[in-house]
Design a protein around this ligand. Structure first.
Ligand SMILES: Cc1cc2nc3c(=O)[nH]c(=O)nc-3n(C[C@H](O)[C@H](O)[C@H](O)COP(=O)(O)OP(=O)(O)OC[C@H]3O[C@@H](n4cnc5c(N)ncnc54)[C@H](O)[C@@H]3O)c2cc1C
Length: 271
């Protein structure tokens, strides 16, 4: 990829490594997107055991001990909105997504975020490029090839402008240091370069990619799937939600089946 900076090259190398190390737990999305289900804490047995504290001291040692009765209880708890046992199982996803997707995702407040910072690093110098499917409604391309070409050129121009301005700011800072007009760098973050990055990032488009760790409990994850896998959710966040769902399903298939059953029933009763 031409014109990419160091931060971007490092992210590409790391993505390639994760795809090799964890092929079952990772997915590429769009021209630069990525998602990985990195870690999960707890499982179906955790939910049953925490729910049973109210009525018995019997506990499952693992989800391999599940009986039909436990499977039924899992379904009933979810169907009847016994919420808190479903808050005891956690997931940490890592995703690289356009900022406009993150703007929608971060609205899911019951979760924790850690995000790539353009205060401390240069931006990821790749923008989301919609493919033909993303550009089309009922097979009709609402943005034609010419518009797409101009869009791509505009994005490249923005990244190039950032780079030029940042280099120029760094040269002026270094020059002023050499002349003794600014204090010498004393290790750690350079406040002058940092301020330049803080301001220059304002010109970055919402199509630029960012990098996030998202930690979420199952109750909130289910809400996310319900809202962001629906047909009326925007195409791009839906792609991420579908991928997150597929990775979750591979990890906890019984919980995924139970959730889908409840969502389908809720959908039928509200239709
Ligand atoms: C198709 C679509 C279009 C949307 N359009 C817009 C839009 O135009 N503008 C916009 O701003 N947002 C929009 N949203 C975002 C939407 O309003 C929600 O903020 C988002 O979906 C997160 O859902 P949530 O609040 O259920 O999730 P979370 O924030 O994760 O909350 C989970 C649950 O916790 C409870 N909860 C959380 N916070 C509170 C609280 N303060 N008070 C009471 N209960 C709480 C609620 O039960 C909630 O469902 C859109 C969402 C979708 C799916």
């Amino acid at each position: 990829m031409e014109g990419i900076n160091k931060a971007t090259a490092e992210i590409i190398a790391e993505m390639d490594q994760r795809l090799t190390l964890n092929p079952e737990g990772t997915r590429r999305i769009g021209n630069f997107g990525f998602i990985e289900l990195e870690e999960t804490w707890g499982d179906e047995a955790t939910i049953i055991n925490t729910a049973r504290i109210s009525s018995t001291n019997q506990r499952l040692r693992s989800r391999n001990d599940f009986s039909e009765r436990d499977t039924d209880l899992l379904y009933q708890l979810l169907r009847d909105a016994h919420g808190t046992p479903f808050e005891t199982v956690y997931f940490r996803y890592r995703f690289i997504a356009p900022i406009f997707v993150l703007r929608q995702w971060v609205k899911h407040r019951i979760s924790s975020w850690n995000e790539f910072s353009m205060r401390y690093r240069k931006p990821i110098s790749v923008a989301y490029i919609p493919d033909l499917e993303a550009r089309s409604v009922d097979g009709f391309p609402v943005l034609d090839d010419q518009a797409l070409g101009e869009y791509e050129a505009l994005m490249k121009q923005l990244f190039a402008w950032y780079e030029t301005q940042y280099q120029s700011a760094c040269q002026r800072i270094d020059g002023a240091r050499e002349q003794g007009a600014l204090p010498a760098k004393s290790g750690g973050r350079d406040p002058y370069r940092g301020r330049a990055r803080e301001l220059l990032r304002n010109a970055m488009p919402v199509a630029a990619y960012s990098d996030v760790y998202w930690t979420v409990n199952f109750r909130s994850l289910m809400n996310f799937f319900q809202l962001r896998r629906k047909a009326d959710a925007q195409y791009e966040i839906r792609q991420y939600a579908d991928a997150a769902f597929a990775l979750f399903t591979a990890r906890l298939p019984l919980l995924a089946r139970t959730m889908q059953r409840v969502l389908d029933e809720n959908g039928r009763s509200s239709a």
